[in-house]
Design a protein around this ligand. Structure first.
Ligand code: C5P
Length: 411
């Protein structure tokens, strides 16, 4: 349930730190990746080596380590996660969080983050019920920090009462509650999707290729939006300069042939969105070694051969055909008329048509003006960010499968 989620686990100095080792295992079993920050006092209870071995990542402790800062600055560390978890959250670290201190790496990361924070308090019962701690917890709650526990029970100090850190599985459940939207918000749960994105590269020889300007931003955003609505998404991406989306299985390819093979390898799917700018042609016979420039000789002719049409292939009627196939049409003129024609020619269900004339220029930009062409007509969408186009399209797809997502219902 936590597939693709990144947790930054801050281990402070309390006897309950031994449970944080188990927490790492529970989180990784659920698919999350875990990176640890260990405070100086935390290191009195568990070793960096244990955290490193269980998280299979390096452990950060020192705010002034030149190597740490050059590899992963403390600001990046604080943002490069979906959730920060403080476990054990001792009275001391909560006091430092409440007063906005930045006197070690853990406190600094907590002050610098723009991500949600979950604290799992662990301390002696008197420390937990002390007015100072009560006030600190209240302050942190008011600022949006989430809490799990503490539980009642016997403590390491032979006292009894509230203060025991929640069990690792309870903390993992709380993390899931924060990071995994409820079923109602995951209308595409159980649906398998393939999204193609980016350009393709068609080799002329081992160093030269035919390609285009596609950035992959729109296709990647669609893969993320479908995954956010619960779909199990395989993104087949050509060479792009942007990161793989979180929570999506990304397959990297170069050529159109490889892209088609990766789409077919995904097996039975419910839906396909072909947003890739697949090169129409490839070199008929790519040279095995670099084509040499010869003085006085004319430039070499490159014979082209057509690439397979991935959209048309996936749209072919038959038992394997996905229930919904969506294509894109990037046109510079007669946008809608060409898109209507393309929908029929390719055999897909919907076409998202976008104007790529120089005056509008969608390549690499953050915004997109599209029209959704289906059998029931043409919808003109306002200019939106590519993320918004993706969410709206994912919403329409959820509606098509008969499950309105919240955003669509509210429209
Ligand atoms: O034919 P054209 O390139 O204009 O069609 C665009 C649509 O077809 C896009 O959805 C694109 O991803 C898809 N396509 C494809 N394979 C090709 C060419 C285009 O999947 N070889």
């Amino acid at each position: 349930m936590l597939k693709g989620k990144r947790i930054l686990l801050i281990v402070a100095g309390g006897i309950a730190a031994f449970k944080s080792l188990e927490l790492i295992r529970r989180l990784r079993e659920r698919g999350a990746s875990v990176r640890c920050v260990l405070t100086e006092s935390g290191a009195k209870f568990v070793t960096p080596l244990s955290l490193q071995a269980l998280s299979e990542d390096r452990v950060y402790s020192d705010m002034f380590s030149l190597t740490d800062e050059s590899e992963m600055g403390h600001i990046q560390l604080s943002r490069d996660a979906d959730l920060l978890v403080v476990a054990p959250a001792t009275a001391d670290i909560m006091a430092r969080m409440a007063s906005g201190m930045a006197d070690d790496l853990a406190a600094t990361v907590l002050l610098a983050t723009d991500k949600p924070v979950l604290a799992a308090p662990a301390m002696n019962v008197r420390m937990w019920t002390h007015a100072a701690t009560v006030a600190n917890v209240q302050t942190l709650k008011q600022r949006g920090v989430h809490f799990v526990g503490p539980n009642d029970g016997a403590m390491a100090c032979n006292e009894f009462g509230p203060g025991r850190m929640s069990e690792p599985s309870e903390i993992a459940d709380a993390i899931e509650g924060l990071l995994v939207p409820a079923a109602a918000e995951r209308p595409l749960a159980g649906k398998r999707a393939v999204v193609t994105s980016g350009p393709t590269r068609e080799a002329i020889d081992p160093v030269r290729y035919i390609s285009n300007h596609s950035s992959g931003k729109q296709g990647h955003a669609i893969a993320s939006a479908l995954a956010a609505l619960g779909a199990d998404v395989t993104l087949v991406s050509g060479p792009v300069a942007i990161a793989d989306p979180v929570g999506v299985a990304t397959v990297h390819v170069d050529s159109a042939d490889q892209m088609l093979a990766a789409c077919l390898a995904a097996g039975r799917i419910d839906l396909a969105v072909c947003a890739a700018a697949v090169a129409d042609w490839k070199a008929a016979r790519p040279a095995g070694s670099k084509i040499k420039k010869k003085a006085g000789a004319p430039p070499p002719g490159i014979e082209l051969a057509p690439n397979p049409d991935i959209l048309a292939t996936l749209s072919k009627p038959g038992p394997q055909r996905p229930a919904l196939v969506v294509g894109f049409a990037a046109e510079t003129e007669n946008l809608v008329a060409n898109a209507i024609d393309k929908r029929q020619r390719k055999g897909c269900d919907w076409i998202v048509a976008n104007d790529v004339s120089p005056a509008v220029g969608t390549f690499g930009s953050e915004r997109n003006t599209v029209h959704l062409v289906s059998a029931s007509g043409v919808e003109d969408w306002p200019t939106l960010t590519k993320g918004e186009v993706a969410m709206r399209l994912a919403g329409r797809i959820a509606l098509h499968f008969g499950l309105p997502p919240k955003a669509e219902a509210a429209e």
